[in-house]
Design a binder for this molecule. Sequence first.
Ligand SMILES: Nc1nc2c(c(=O)[nH]1)N=C([C@H](O)[C@H](O)COP(=O)(O)OP(=O)(O)OP(=O)(O)O)CN2
Ligand code: ZN
Length: 143
Amino acid sequence: MIRRPIAYLTRRETFSASHRLHSPLLTDEENRKIFSKCNNPNGHGHNYTVEVTIRGPIDQKTGMVMNLSDLKIYMEESIMKVMDHKNLDKDVPHFHNLVSTTENVAVFIWNSLSAQLPNSSLLYEVKVFETDKNIMVYRGESE
Ligand SMILES: Nc1nc2c(c(=O)[nH]1)N=C([C@H](O)[C@H](O)COP(=O)(O)OP(=O)(O)OP(=O)(O)O)CN2
Ligand SMILES: [Zn+2]
């Protein structure tokens, strides 16, 4: 049997969203202390960048791990339509009772994409840049 090379492909999208860091599991005082300026009652915004990486064998016939045009559609559905120009806490039901940290945003994107992809085992990494300096990575791991 011919061994197929494994390759990684990544697509990047950017979206803008507002949010407030406020955990329902903490008191108001604890929220203020832990999240400080990010607990501002009227929220704040970010221009997020998301990189989604797919890992898999290169198909002999197509020469592709996955068609980037298809990945574009999956990311449009899972990320852009859901979060771009939205208030994460109010507009995205997932964050009604879950603090919208970038870690949780990365997990949310992973789960949404997994549900969309025909073969979710190809999903390798979701990387979310909250700012140029603050970057979170999720690879589907849990403990
Ligand atoms: N582990 C996490 N910590 C923090 C998160 C997060 O999502 N996960 N988020 C925030 C705030 O929401 C906010 O995004 C912080 O942004 P910003 O003030 O721009 O970040 P810096 O203070 O690092 O920016 P400087 O440019 O260095 O001032 C906080 N923590
Ligand atoms: Zn923030």
